[in-house]
Design a protein around this ligand. Structure first.
Ligand code: CMC
Length: 392
């Protein structure tokens, strides 16, 4: 029969050409449209990065103002979408709600599902970037039994998200600029990461011509897994389970044990084999935020720092080139801000939305793209005769 390249996990298969994000795993380098992530994290802000990822260039002041106005105009959710949230059990994981609600946007915003029309693609893109914080915040509010808080468009993107999560009708949450800057940075660091599992899922789903809301819902479902976006929740829960510095060696030993499925969450990466540049920025942010909040004696941060130190010197982790990844420090920041661990992955999802959309837009207009249809290596039974039930 036909001969195919057998490449489970696609470790050596390029599925597309792209101009969006560049990663050099050996150097620990990450560029959005050519700009280093460290520089963007320092000088830019999330909506400017969104513009850069979507359109390829940094915006002029006028372009940025126009873009921000367009995003801001779409922050509200259709009022009837509330029934969707209310249909879930209170203890539903917010990622489960997001998969459902984002898929349902196909029905609420059916006008922008015409993928053949560039203008409608643009409207769908802006709608998703604008509404995702509202969806994530409402999933959170619903889970804690509080009323939904409507977006406040006088606030910036990250400040508005914090407002929708932490304000109550009786009292507006006062957004601290340092915290909203830290949130904005988390969003920038997660905005895109070339052909990771969820982005590839979005591309594969939409390669059939599926509408963008349905395709992004598929990406959110993929992101949820603990090997991918679910790692930030799993990592903080692991750090809390370890609890004190003296228990670290036990967990290191388990991570190294071939017969134990346990892995150090927040460690390792398919592409980064030197360090994850996002983790460096995140670590610095964690110090800043905890300093601001006066949490200088945080036991979880102590465990994280000590665990990192021990693992970086341990031959097992050194030989396998396992370094802390973006998820290692983000959870500590989010927890300090007041988020429960179940909200960590939804925050990753809302940040990655722009990446998914940029990649989707690129794919739609790429003449070389065809429906994604991998082949297989068949190792099942050869052709055989049907056996009658009484003869089995
Ligand atoms: N702890 C202990 N051992 C590990 C770990 C870890 N975190 N990660 C990889 N290894 C070992 C693994 O057992 C294997 O050993 P061997 O060669 O002896 O069988 C070797 O290192 C290579 O691992 P792999 O699973 O073949 O590598 P991969 O490229 O398929 O997986 C990964 C990459 C990120 C899924 C994996 O490192 C992992 O499971 N890490 C923990 C989860 C995590 O933090 N994920 C977040 C990734 S970054 C952000 C994101 O995408 O959301």
């Amino acid at each position: 029969g036909d001969v195919f390249t057998y490449d489970p996990g696609f470790t050596s298969t390029a599925s597309c050409s792209s101009t969006i994000t560049y990663i050099d795993g050996d150097k620990g380098e990450l560029l959005y449209r050519g700009y280093p992530i460290e520089e963007l994290a320092d000088k830019s802000h999330f909506l400017e990065c969104c513009y850069l990822l979507l359109y390829g260039e940094l915006p002029s002041a006028a372009e940025l103002e126009d873009f921000e106005a367009r995003v801001t105009r779409h922050t509200m959710l259709h009022e009837q979408m509330q029934y969707f949230f209310r249909g879930f059990r209170r203890d539903a994981h917010p990622m489960a709600i997001m998969v459902g609600v984002v898929g349902a946007m196909s029905a609420f915003y059916h006008d922008s599902t015409d993928i053949g029309d560039p203008w409608q693609r643009e409207v769908a893109s802006i709608r998703m970037i604008a509404k995702m914080p509202t969806i994530a915040a409402w999933a959170f509010k619903y889970s804690i039994g509080q009323p939904f808080v409507y977006p406040k468009n006088s606030l910036d993107y990250s400040g508005n998200f914090l407002h929708m999560c932490f304000s109550v009708p009786a009292e507006d949450y006062v957004v601290d600029p340092i915290l909203s800057r830290a949130m904005d940075r988390i969003m920038m660091l997660h905005a895109d990461h070339e052909q990771n599992a969820s982005t590839s899922t979005v591309r594969l789903a939409s390669s059939s011509g599926a509408n963008p809301f349905a395709s992004i819902a598929a990406g959110i479902a993929c992101l949820w897994g603990p090997a991918h976006g679910g790692a930030n929740q799993a990592c903080l829960e692991m750090l809390q389970e370890i609890g004190t510095v003296d228990r670290i060696p036990e967990y290191i030993a388990r991570a190294k044990d071939k017969d134990d499925p346990f892995r150090l969450m927040g460690f390792g990466h398919r592409v980064y084999k030197n360090f994850d540049p996002r983790a460096k920025v995140m670590k610095q942010s964690a110090d800043e935020v905890l300093g601001l909040l006066g949490i200088d004696n945080n036991e979880t941060l102590k465990v994280a720092k000590e665990l990192e130190k021990i693992a970086l010197e341990d031959p097992y982790f050194v030989d396998k080139k396992l370094y802390p990844n973006v998820d290692f420090y983000s959870g500590i920041i989010l927890e300090a801000m007041g988020f429960p661990t179940s909200m960590f992955t939804p925050i990753f999802a809302l940040s990655r939305t722009v990446g998914w959309i940029s990649q989707w837009k690129e794919m739609i207009t790429d003449p070389e793209q065809r429906i994604g249809r991998p082949r297989q290596r068949y190792i099942g039974a050869p052709r055989r005769e049907y056996t009658e039930i009484e003869d089995r």
